[in-house]
Design a protein around this ligand. Sequence first.
Ligand SMILES: Cc1cc2nc3c(=O)[nH]c(=O)nc-3n(C[C@H](O)[C@H](O)[C@H](O)COP(=O)(O)OP(=O)(O)OC[C@H]3O[C@@H](n4cnc5c(N)ncnc54)[C@H](O)[C@@H]3O)c2cc1C
Ligand code: FES
Length: 337
Amino acid sequence: MYKIEIDGQEESFSCGDGDSLLRGGLRAGIGLPYECSTGSCGTCKFQLLEGETENLWPDAPGVTDRDKQKDRRLACQNRPLRDCKIKMRLDPAVVPHVVPRRKMVRLVESRALTHDMHEFRFASETAANFLPGQYALFDLPGVTGSRAYSMANLANDAGAWQFHIKSMPGGAGSHALFDGVMSPGQEVEMDGPYGLAFLRESPRDIVCIAGGSGLSPMISIARGVATDSRFRARRLHFFFGGREPRDICGEELLRELPAFAERMSYYAAISEPTVAPDAWEGPRGFVHELAAQTLQDPLADYEFYFAGPPVMAEAVQKMLMREHKVPFGQLHFDRFF
Ligand SMILES: Cc1cc2nc3c(=O)[nH]c(=O)nc-3n(C[C@H](O)[C@H](O)[C@H](O)COP(=O)(O)OP(=O)(O)OC[C@H]3O[C@@H](n4cnc5c(N)ncnc54)[C@H](O)[C@@H]3O)c2cc1C
Ligand code: FES
């Protein structure tokens, strides 16, 4: 274990067992800012004042050449090699509500939701403890670096974990999960929960916007709204966007919820303009446009959760904040890099 001091802070933490500075800090209950945990967003930058770290992914897109010149590093991709002193701003809002833990999980089964999205079910010996909307980090066989996948179900004592995962062409994690590298019964290491876009109590009705692989955490949020008595009086509007009709899914999962008929609605749009009129009779365009057309103004009356590729998350954020003046505090999202 190495001692990590933070410049200007009384708090320090111990980091070991192969943990990155980010994971070690969060495990110790320190509010180190982050979003993706996988080297892409750049939120977790720090400067090393004393000590030595190993850079797990020198080419991570989260650091620019300018960052490298200024010796800014990623806490999620640096592991201490001895005691260190770092310079990093802390954010009390990101102190974990559920402390992330490593555990072995066993693949139970997978089933297709669409042509390229599967539901994967895993089981752990101990309870599955997380908030709706959070994600876990997986170390998959033959894959360098961890992959983040968001839980689709709710916390439970039985140790059941569900994930909706989209296969990305050429992706290493996708290859491990979709091409038979893993089979039911096999164990992998998982670490979590992580993520800040979790379901929060609020006096407003809830909107979920999912693009493609963003389905999983939005289904978890919807399940939370359906079953948690604090949200009994809340309506939920669920928007899903895909390119083609064969990408559209999620409605059947929501219809299973007893609250669906009473206070939930599902809408889907496709964005590929060349799809023939008889192949899709529903709305067309991007999912944020569908949400803006469907919801009643003012949009600042809603609490928004959204997940999907960075380009979709940025379009939703721009639409809500610039065009509809929704306060940033009502937006909860993770970009899927
Ligand atoms: C917060 C979050 C939640 C997510 N939730 C979901 C989900 O619920 N469902 C879903 O389908 N997808 C989800 N994703 C996307 C998912 O993590 C993968 O990026 C995607 O599935 C493609 O992975 P791949 O391994 O197939 O592709 P690859 O191209 O092999 O890898 C893509 C990602 O892996 C990471 N990576 C690549 N190389 C390295 C390396 N050497 N070291 C460390 N990291 C590396 C990077 O983050 C990169 O963007 C989520 C992503 C994030 C950030
Ligand atoms: S949290 Fe480290 S780059 Fe995103």
